[in-house]
Ligand binder design. Structure first.
Ligand SMILES: [Cu+2]
Length: 143
């Protein structure tokens, strides 16, 4: 083993020490009206497990925070094919801002997921299964 550490010449150390002292002083002399509250951090992602039955969502109601990243882990525990569609910001199905489960058809016994960002506006937003849009429904309440 050879040491790769090199000696730092003394004439370089002095300026570094001086700069450090200046930095400490600058920090100590901060104004009195600085922001003291910690920065607002984005809400942690919400994660839910949802079971698709014949023909229902279990559970079928969810509550998230505005703008929160949301991940559903979906399992088809039924016999029929199912999926899950979120109506999106406009809360209207079958248009461009919908979010559909990664597998558009989730067969019996299969798992899938749906990742979305909760709308910024509070409200109650709709979920449905494309194959059973009357029976298999649910809601996401954004607070
Ligand atoms: Cu279905």
């Amino acid at each position: 083993m050879t040491s790769s550490r090199k000696r730092i010449p003394g004439f370089l150390l002095l300026p570094i020490a001086a700069l450090s002292a200046v930095a400490v002083l600058a920090a100590a002399c901060g104004g009195g009206d600085e922001e003291t509250t910690p920065p607002t951090t984005a809400a942690a992602a919400a994660a839910f497990d949802i079971s698709l039955g014949d023909n229902f969502f279990d559970p079928k109601t969810f509550t998230v925070k505005a703008g929160q990243e949301v991940k559903f882990t979906i399992k088809n525990n039924g016999v029929a094919i199912h999926n899950m569609r979120f109506a999106g910001d406009d809360n209207t199905f079958d248009n461009a801002d919908d979010v559909v489960s990664k597998d558009v058809i989730i067969k019996a016994g299969q798992s899938s997921e749906l990742e979305m960002k909760a709308p910024a506006k509070a409200g109650t937003y709709n979920l449905k299964c494309d194959f059973h849009p009357v029976e298999s429904t649910g809601t996401i309440t954004v607070k």
